[in-house]
Design a binder for this molecule. Structure first.
Ligand SMILES: [Zn+2]
Length: 136
């Protein structure tokens, strides 16, 4: 889903409850079934966008021990802030240095598919291990 930032800025907040069919993931990983993305999206004084919500998905990943594919449920609570890239900033707004590692949005929109993808990748273990291999 593409969210127009202008629409968010014009509202007090927007609630979304979206079902995403499929999210493209790197080789060896895939989403299984519907991904549920729920969020309340609001904004701050300087075009920053706050997104608080929950992402629920099932992924199929490869176990690093036995190399078998297995499924893992991911329940991710998130509370993120997005700021515009410099082109979108209102003139004269200086952003404090500590904001540099928060998320940037470009071209006046946010794409929930991309956001969900980043969150999934950020929450999948770098060394995924299936339950069978964990217990032995
Ligand atoms: Zn395994």
């Amino acid at each position: 889903m593409i969210l127009q930032v202008q629409k968010i800025l014009n509202s007090k907040y927007i609630d979304i409850d979206e079902e995403i069919d499929k999210i493209p993931l790197p080789e060896g990983m895939k989403t299984v079934g519907i991904i549920n993305f729920r969020a309340r999206i609001s904004h701050g004084e300087n075009y920053e966008i706050h997104m608080i919500g929950h992402l629920k998905a099932k992924v199929c990943i490869k176990c690093v021990v036995c190399l078998e594919d297995f499924e893992e449920d991911l329940d991710i609570d998130f509370n993120e802030t997005y700021v515009p890239n410099n082109n979108d900033s209102p003139p004269g707004v200086e952003r404090p240095i500590e904001e540099l590692d928060i998320f940037i949005y470009k071209d006046g929109y946010l794409d929930t598919d991309e956001i969900a993808r980043d969150m999934l990748l950020g929450n999948i273990s770098p060394y995924p291990t299936c339950t069978r291999c964990v217990s032995t």
